[in-house]
Write a protein of this length. Structure first.
Lengths: 146, 323
């Protein structure tokens, strides 16, 4: 599966991780172009349904990135809520037959452009090993459901 | 005035919804004042061919309970849709898939293996498993196909209204029948239940929620006056549509979510995952190297907790079938 290019949806928080991605750009750190970025105000704003919807619509992996605990979160505890949601969702994904490794939570500050680039490189290489999401050609997600 | 023609049918369900109709007690006589029942296999002697012979749109209202998981149920759902002017998904199974919908964590083959071969109480020395077609010397015997995936009624046919609940509470049934009789049904696609969550109807005292562990009803005796979620029991009340007058909470049991999602909620299970994640936390969470998985692993069965009645209507509505 060498020609498989995974699609990754990344929810990046406005205050840290999006700025971290920006820094990776202006610093010209190289990382693969597999990420589709969605800027959200806080990682705690990412609803579990957003993540499930991303997988349903063909994402091979989902990244949720926010400010470092304990005290970097602009909204005090949004990152901790994201952490708990992702932990629960990973358990749910395992029951649904989706590899929990497809969902990744990372703390990336505005000063960590290099970390952002590294995380994306790691995710892409992990997902290439895992292969395409099994939801691509599964009968899960019944038509006429929306 | 000519009486309305009612039909009742059951698909993948336990029969509780049929009993719920009888829970109307003496009010059922009022129902029979305004309506006659033309099809109700559980209570009257009538065959499929009698329904097939009815003209299309013959029934005014069909109350359809149960999810759809076999070829026969799918056929009957489509038949009822044709024969009824108004089709009502009656009860959790028809509304969101219900308990039978939990079978979406397995497939038909696994279910047959468990039920006919492996379960400890099964005695099946010649390993007989149901088949769609069997050739006998007298001819071919057939059975309806058993599908891999359980579906809610509106994933198979167009549904006009929903009455939620497992089974629907008599208050909601009465209200629905009154609305039909008086011709004041809301827009098509409405759920015939109040707009607010179970918490709105719950008499328990709520405080600011901050819980540090998940407990189960078998672990301790909960305080009957206090909110169960405040006491660490996962109660689906916040993510579940009311109309039941919090009947489980009044019996000191946590809500398990049979009322389906609240209006405008994207999905019931993820709404509860989101809600639980905002109140469940530890002081140690802010420390380096904290393991959130350990905190959440107190919860034994996420699908069984958050999607007990709603897996077929979830965003990802079954376990992935690898091709």
């Amino acid at each position: 599966m060498t020609d498989f290019e995974p699609k990754i949806v990344g929810f990046l928080c406005n205050w840290c991780s999006y700025a971290g991605a920006d820094l990776a750009g202006v610093s010209r750190f190289q990382y693969p172009p597999n990420l589709r970025v969605i800027r959200v105000m806080c990682s705690g704003r990412v609803h579990p349904a957003h993540i499930m919807e991303a997988f349903k619509n063909g994402a091979d992996g989902v990244l949720v990135a926010g400010c470092h605990p304990p005290n970097d979160c602009h909204y005090i505890s949004g990152n901790l809520k994201a952490q708990r949601r992702v932990a629960l969702l990973k358990m749910l994904m395992a029951q649904l037959g989706l590899d929990p490794e497809r969902l990744r939570l990372e703390w990336i500050s505005a000063a960590e452009g290099d970390k952002f680039a590294r995380v994306i490189r790691e995710m892409v290489s992990n997902l290439k090993e895992l292969g395409p999401s099994p939801l691509h050609d599964s009968e899960a997600v019944i038509a006429g459901d929306d | 005035m000519e009486k309305l023609k009612f039909g009742f049918y059951w698909a993948a369900s336990c029969g509780g919804c049929e009993i719920a109709v009888l829970d109307l007690d003496e009010k059922i006589l009022d129902v029979l004042e305004i309506a006659e029942v033309v099809f109700w296999p559980v209570a009257m002697d009538i065959k499929y061919k009698d329904v097939e012979a009815m003209p299309d749109g013959h029934m005014d209202v069909c109350f359809f309970n149960g999810a759809v998981r076999t070829e026969e149920q799918e056929y009957m759902a489509k038949l009822m849709r044709r024969k009824a002017k108004t089709l009502i998904a009656f009860g959790s199974c028809a509304h969101t898939g219900g308990i039978p919908g939990l079978a979406n964590v397995a497939d038909a083959k696994e279910i047959f293996e468990r039920a006919y071969l492996k379960s400890p109480s099964t005695v099946n020395p010649s390993n007989v498993v149901p088949e769609v077609k069997v050739e006998m010397k007298e001819g071919t015997l057939t059975l309806p196909e058993f599908y891999d995936t359980v579906k809610a009624l509106d994933q198979v046919v167009d549904v006009d209204y929903y009455v939620p609940g497992c089974p629907p509470p008599t208050g909601l049934i009465n209200e629905a029948i009154q609305a039909i009789a008086e011709g004041r049904l809301p827009p098509k696609g409405s759920v015939l239940a109040p707009l607010k969550s179970v918490c709105d109807e719950c008499p328990r005292v709520r405080e600011e929620k901050k819980i540090t562990e998940i407990r189960r009803i078998i672990d301790f005796e909960p305080d009957p006056e206090k909110c169960l979620l405040d006491q660490g029991i996962v109660c689906m009340g916040p993510a579940t549509r009311g109309g039941c007058e919090a009947r489980c909470l009044n019996a000191n049991m946590a809500c398990t979510g049979c009322g389906g999602p609240c209006p405008e909620a994207i999905e019931q299970g993820s709404a509860m995952i989101s809600a639980l994640s905002t109140v469940l936390g530890l002081a140690a969470e802010r420390e380096e190297g904290f393991d959130p998985d350990g905190l959440m692993q107190q919860l034994k069965d996420p699908i069984g907790t958050f999607y007990k009645y709603g897996l077929p209507k979830a965003i990802i509505n079954r376990r992935v079938i690898e091709k």
